[in-house]
Design a protein around this ligand. Structure first.
Ligand code: C5P
Length: 403
């Protein structure tokens, strides 16, 4: 957890998007960061210092000339005793002050006095964002090393107007803060990875489908772990109920054929990790209408046909990624099945796990895997799926280090 123990000075300036700052404080704190708020007078017109202070569990600083605050902390210490200065929302006015070095209130003074990284999340009307003056200020701030998240496109809160100017969502701001403060080495920088995850849904008719118990937890965790090591990751996900991982571009699909197409579109790549529990068969001709139950009539039989094997396709492709990894969910004779799969699928590594019901692995949060490669079989201990993902990403980085 990158934000754990990090001290964030959150400057809230005066825009309607300030209501999202309340949620932002919660999201930062639930990741272990402490949040010290500074509010401009404009911000206090939109949200109260009481609400901000209660969520941050800290004193809210509002006044440059408060004798008490100066005695207790002081604006220079406020500007320096933190790991990150985050401005959300950042109004056009505050950006203009920052770009010109003005310091006429506590927020702008802190921003001029700080020697810490600064991340801003602008929020304003699209016309204000596109104004030549704002463009000049943003260009200046970027040259000065200020980092930006957003603004995003969409409908504005205060008018039905659409355009670029909406503040990034709290979780997008959190991800940007994490990326900025993340100091872990990036051994997979410049490498492209494709990961599949989740089940596939194979339609029977418009309302029914064939599926399996895969949750997508392991595949999503692997996509996130590769991204943390600097890889450019495309995650092709079947229908799951978990969130898209941060820092990864996720393509959502339903059927195996759609998953294959999305994977092939994402080529070329250096790494392919095929974790999805792809349905082996689909209904040969899915009905476009709901199949009706008629009393006295015979029960329908479903004729199945084979789905494309995505791992095998990738493993034998002319644009085969340098490292191809598959998973083997087996309920019996795990080692031999995994070894056979290595050859048949054209993979470099098969991550084998025993998904027999007694293990509770399928759909669960823990996993116990064996790494089967041409070098032999290595048993890993029982771990959380996140830990399996980190260890596998490290192993992948190691393979590239060795060439
Ligand atoms: O053949 P089996 O389903 O056991 O192989 C599992 C591995 O193959 C997994 O990595 C899975 O993602 C991949 N696979 C696939 N396309 C299929 C079936 C399996 O990519 N149609």
């Amino acid at each position: 957890m990158v934000l754990s123990g990090k001290r964030i000075l959150l400057i809230i300036s005066g825009g309607i998007a300030a209501y999202k700052s309340l949620d932002l404080i919660r999201r930062l704190r639930e990741r272990g960061a402490s949040v010290r708020p500074v509010m401009t007078s404009g911000a206090q017109q939109f949200v109260t210092p009481l609400a901000v202070g209660a969520l941050a569990a800290d004193h809210v600083f509002t006044d440059l000339f408060s004798r008490q605050d100066e005695q207790d902390v002081g604006h220079i210490r406020l500007a320096r005793d933190c790991d990150l200065v985050l401005v959300a929302p950042a109004t056009a006015d505050l950006l203009a002050k920052m770009a010109n070095g003005l310091a006429d209130d506590l927020a702008s003074t802190v921003l001029l006095a700080t020697d810490r990284p600064v991340l801003v999340a602008p929020a304003m009307n699209p016309h204000m964002w596109n104004h030549a003056a704002t463009k000049r200020n943003v260009a200046t701030l970027k040259t000065d090393g200020i980092r930006f998240i957003g603004p995003m496109a969409g409908e504005m809160a205060e008018s039905r107007e659409a355009g670029v100017g909406r503040m990034a969502e709290p979780l997008e701001i959190v991800a940007a803060a994490e990326a900025l403060l993340d100091t872990t080495p990036k051994p997979l920088a410049g490498r492209k990875a494709i990961v599949t995850s989740g089940p596939t849904h194979e339609p029977i008719d418009p309302v029914r489908y064939i599926a399996n118990r895969s949750s997508g937890r392991q595949g999503h965790a692997i996509a996130a772990a590769l991204a943390r090591l600097g890889a450019d990751v495309t995650l092709v996900s079947g229908p799951v109920s978990i969130a898209d991982p941060a820092g990864v571009s996720t393509v959502h699909v339903e059927r195996a054929e759609e998953m294959r197409d999305a994977v092939l579109t994402a080529l070329p790549a250096d790494i392919a990790v095929m974790v999805a529990a792809v349905a082996d068969w689909r209904v040969a001709s899915a009905s476009d209408q709901k199949i009706k139950k008629h009393p006295g009539e015979s029960i329908p039989t479903l004729a199945l046909t084979e789905n494309p094997d995505i791992l095998k396709t990738i493993g034998h492709h002319t644009m085969r990624p340098k490292l191809v990894i598959g998973f083997a969910a087996e309920t019996q004779d795990v080692d031999n099945n995994a070894k056979a799969k290595l050859a048949r699928k054209g993979a470099d590594i098969i991550v084998a796990n025993d998904v027999s019901p007694v293990t509770g692995i399928m759909g669960g949060v823990r996993n116990r895997v064996k790494i089967v490669s041409h070098n032999g079989i290595e048993q890993w201990p029982d771990m959380a799926k996140d830990e399996v993902a980190s260890k596998l990403a490290a192993l992948i980085a190691d393979r590239f280090r060795q060439g």
